[in-house]
Design a binder for this molecule. Structure first.
Ligand code: TYR
Length: 254
């Protein structure tokens, strides 16, 4: 006989991984600003990952130490920037995109480095896009993440695919302790060599050259960094160790 008065058994509920939560926060901000959210292949070729992004063969970022090479000049993408190239080859300006996805680096792991991690990449191309637009966009993201009084800081930096390039940081008002500048990522104005490489690929595919003379900005950042601080996770390796004691803390709030 069935005793229908017995209480039911609780069903264990899953939950979103902390990285997906941060991605969702970020993409909500960029969708509100009119961006298209895309993904792309994790297996890339040398041309899209490096060459077309103005990273010549002799650049230190190409060092075998940093890249997981596969067969036939293919590799695991070391950043999401190759999707800038793929998207521009397939689409004409003006455009506003963010790319989310996994990236891979061949390096020793420690509390702040993993061989696989995530990036969010942004690209805006049009006529008369300026550094002011870039700064305004990063500031808007910071306000979306940390509230209306969030502060951002830009420092000159170098990435081969932008000129000028910068690193940006957000002032993080830590509710549980010491507040500090949070180095979030890199950004800059799209280098003319990237537009040229895109037009070359377009031409080879029988498409019109439409990028020379355009202007644009790009940025890239790591959601792990944001999630570690937001959720007080001290070691990046916890994200992917599949330890239910860690992941289980993010249950039930879908
Ligand atoms: N691709 C860079 C990295 O992985 C981050 C970056 C992305 C920097 C876009 C600048 C930029 O415009 O380190």
């Amino acid at each position: 006989a069935i005793d229908v008065t017995l209480p039911g058994l609780g069903l264990p509920a899953g939950g979103l991984h902390p990285i997906n939560r941060v991605y969702d926060d970020l993409t909500a901000i960029y969708e509100r600003l009119g961006y298209t959210v895309i993904e792309g292949p994790e297996v890339e070729d040398e041309h899209h990952n490096f060459e077309a992004l103005n990273v010549p063969w002799y650049h230190p970022a190409r060092d075998l130490q940093d890249t997981f090479w596969l067969e036939d000049g293919r590799l695991l993408r070391t950043h999401t920037s190759p999707m800038q190239v793929r998207y521009m080859v397939d689409h004409e300006p003006p455009l506003k995109i963010v790319v989310r996805g996994k990236v891979y680096r061949y390096e020793a792991t420690d509390a702040t480095h993993e061989a696989m991690f995530h990036q969010l990449e942004g690209l805006v191309v049009g006529d008369g896009i300026s550094m002011a637009d870039l700064k305004g966009t990063i500031a808007e993201m910071a306000r979306g993440l940390y509230g209306p009084s969030a502060k951002v800081r830009f420092q000159p930096s170098y990435y081969p695919f932008v000129e000028p390039g910068a690193d940006f940081a957000v002032w993080w008002d830590n509710p549980r302790g010491e507040s500090k500048w949070l180095e979030l990522g890199g950004c800059g104005m799209v280098h003319p060599n990237v537009f040229k490489a895109v037009d070359d690929l377009r031409e080879a595919a029988g498409k019109a050259r439409v990028y020379e003379g355009k202007t644009g900005f790009a940025f890239g950042l790591g959601p792990e960094r944001i999630a570690m601080l937001k959720y007080g996770i001290p070691d990046i390796r916890y994200f992917y160790a599949n330890d239910p004691r860690v992941i289980g803390q993010f249950r039930g709030e879908l």
